[in-house]
Write a protein that binds this ligand. Structure first.
Ligand SMILES: C[S@@+](CC[C@H](N)C(=O)[O-])C[C@H]1O[C@@H](n2cnc3c(N)ncnc32)[C@H](O)[C@@H]1O
Length: 286
């Protein structure tokens, strides 16, 4: 599922329904995971089981760009069923807050926590939107956002919100896509959110990955229908047919945006937060 290139924007309620249906259908069968695995080959991180372009090279790149230390807080924005944040939190000994629009995805993410050996005190999940995370100011040392930013109804507001949550010196790593040869306004968008562009890492193999995956979806259309149901299979096949023709001109990158370090040695909210799940509002973490 690749909302960075798919579908025109739809209202928040409907988006959640769409994503809920996808995550619920995916949980009923391992067919979707098998097709991702077939498309990625050895680059498929089985345990992560992302619904995105997250392969081993991306996990490695995100790890290198985040430059986080044990005990720091990582936010997984648009976390889906949580595999990316859980894998990074365990590998790097981090605390984790994951959030997603979809309550179904969040329930699965919370269920998967124990499989990564992480207690609720180390890894919390909540239903929230990119434009309104409910997280405290300057609370995160790092944020990952993989193939989810395209789901924001207002991308400027979403970037400002993630910038607000980031601690001084912290980094946001996010997948983005653009047309080849276009001049995306990433620097201006980052500046408007109080961030600077630290790295733009090209992901030249990513469009071919989507092409392999979409061809597999089309080739397994009957199986998708019987295992996921007609409606969900139709959504996936529609996405495949809509996005496939656009892939040859697609440029995929990992952007690393940094919040300037205002006081290099001083403590900030991120350093004083004791555990993930600390709530500034009444939403309950899972
Ligand atoms: C393609 S999936 C990727 C999930 C996860 N990042 C991964 O890589 O497996 C996109 C996710 O973004 C979530 N999403 C879309 N729009 C969102 C928004 N405005 N706020 C929060 N989450 C959103 C969806 O519910 C979905 O779980």
């Amino acid at each position: 599922m690749n909302p960075t290139t798919a579908a025109p924007p739809v209202p928040a309620g409907q988006r959640s329904v769409q994503y809920d249906a996808f995550h619920a259908a995916r949980a009923r069968t391992d067919l979707v995971a098998r097709l991702y695995a077939a498309a990625m080959g050895e680059d498929y991180p089985v345990e992560v089981a992302a619904s995105s372009s997250c392969d081993w090279p991306l996990l490695g790149l995100m790890t290198a760009r985040l430059k986080m230390r044990p005990g720091q807080l990582l936010v997984d924005a648009g976390c889906g069923t949580g595999g990316i944040g859980l894998w990074l939190a365990r590998a790097l000994a981090l605390r984790l807050e994951g959030f997603d629009l979809s309550p179904v995805a969040i329930a699965h993410a919370a269920d998967r926590r124990s499989r990564f050996g992480l207690p609720a005190e180390r890894a919390a999940f909540r239903v929230a939107e990119l434009e309104n995370t409910g997280l405290p100011d300057a609370s995160a040392h790092g944020i990952v956002c993989v193939d989810a930013f395209g789901g924001a109804a207002d991308r400027s507001a979403a970037l400002r919100e993630l910038g607000r949550v980031l601690a001084p010196g912290g980094r946001l790593v996010m997948t983005r896509a653009a047309r080849q040869g276009a001049a995306p306004a990433w620097t201006e968008q980052a500046r408007a959110a109080g961030l600077t562009v630290e790295h733009v890492d090209e992901r030249p193999a990513e469009p071919a990955l989507w092409e392999r995956l979409y061809q597999l979806w089309i080739a397994h259309a009957d199986e998708l229908r019987s295992e996921l149901g007609e409606a969900q299979a139709q959504n996936m096949l529609r996405e495949a047919h809509q996005v496939l023709p656009k892939l040859p001109g697609r440029r995929a990158v990992l952007l690393t945006l940094r919040r300037p370090a205002t006081s290099p040695a001083g403590p900030c909210a991120a350093d004083t937060m004791t555990r993930p799940g600390h709530q500034p509002d009444e939403r309950t973490p899972k």
